[in-house]
Design a protein around this ligand. Sequence first.
Ligand SMILES: *[C@@H]1O[C@H](CO)[C@@H](O)[C@H](O)[C@H]1NC(C)=O
Ligand SMILES: *[C@@H]1O[C@H](CO)[C@@H](O)[C@H](O)[C@H]1NC(C)=O
Ligand SMILES: [Ca+2]
Ligand SMILES: [Ca+2]
Length: 364
Amino acid sequence: MAPLGFLSRFVLPFSGFVFTCVLAVALQIFVFSPISPDLLLLPEPSSLTSLPTNTRLQGVAKLGEGMVKNSEDVWVDENGVLYTANKDGWIRRLHRDGSWENWTMLNSQKLLGIAATRRGGIIVCDTEKGLLWVDKDGQAKVLLSQVNGSELRFADDVIEASDGSLYFSIASTKFDDHSWYLDVLEAKPHGQLLKFNPSSSQTSIVLDDLGLANGVALSRDEDFLIVCESWKFRCLKHWLKGDEAGKTEIFIDNLPGGPDNINLAPDGSFWIALVQLTSEGWEFVHASKAAKHLIATYPSLIKKVNGVYGKASVLHVGADGKIIKKLDDPDGKVISFVTSAFEFEGHLYLGSLNSNFIGKLPLI
Ligand SMILES: *[C@@H]1O[C@H](CO)[C@@H](O)[C@H](O)[C@H]1NC(C)=O
Ligand SMILES: *[C@@H]1O[C@H](CO)[C@@H](O)[C@H](O)[C@H]1NC(C)=O
Ligand SMILES: [Ca+2]
Ligand SMILES: [Ca+2]
């Protein structure tokens, strides 16, 4: 057979077929892609090397092992009672005498940030129902489920100020909690920081256009608050009092991981849990819109790109935004996907979305 005949009879029609297939798949990806992505700048490698990795978090004691289920946040109240919000909908607490209590059942699919309140009990962010309040007797009430007529979804973290106002984050107004990684892939800011005023029952926007709004904390004398933006690898400082009141500046940026919960320490410093948003070898995805469309269309690929299960890191930062230290479990051997670190009486308590215990570490 003449080569030309072979080419025209088999190869060309075949490559036409392959071309059509590729085109069809590409069209499917772009038409069905759930995101409209921007490129995402990852933190500079220098931010990783300037903070040497250690194995301190591998030394945690495991509290409530087997009973605690993926407690994203953890809070210890002034009486030393530790609260956890579990994947099975239970709020479980640990008393000073070491006994655990299945305190109250919230029948929820996903509970995130928690904070104690001055009236007693705790406030809990429920990604579907909004802000819940569990009073000191364990009675649960919906505190806020709508904002200006829209359902309150994906509330991520909350803090109460001494005047009773609640500051809370909405991680994303576009994506829900189950598809939070699409917000990372899209890399467009859909997060908000809101304020609920209990005397007027009004909710106002404090900050808009945040890159996955996450942990919220108040400074010791409430002159500023901090809100973390996970995929911007930074936390913002918003002044509440003084000459700068109403102004916003960067508290800390170029973090070696996506900041999740942030908690005030007794001395006025802060603990920030850092989650590994990218997995090794897949960083290129964040620099390519085509790759983002492809990954976003296939959930099994998202699992590969998302690195949260691979390690754990928490960062200790001064009230001035300067890093004091970092603690790691670099390969997630003992604890991974740590989303919260809370200091109480010389110990650090760690919540994780991948652990069936609360980590406890003595601070020296
Ligand atoms: C609390 O709940 C866990 C898991 O559902 C169960 O194993 C445990 O027995 C309960 N504890 C108490 C004190 O009821
Ligand atoms: C709700 O509406 C009021 C009045 O229009 C507005 O000031 C406020 O910012 C709105 N809140 C949110 C969260 O959109
Ligand atoms: Ca919190
Ligand atoms: Ca969070």
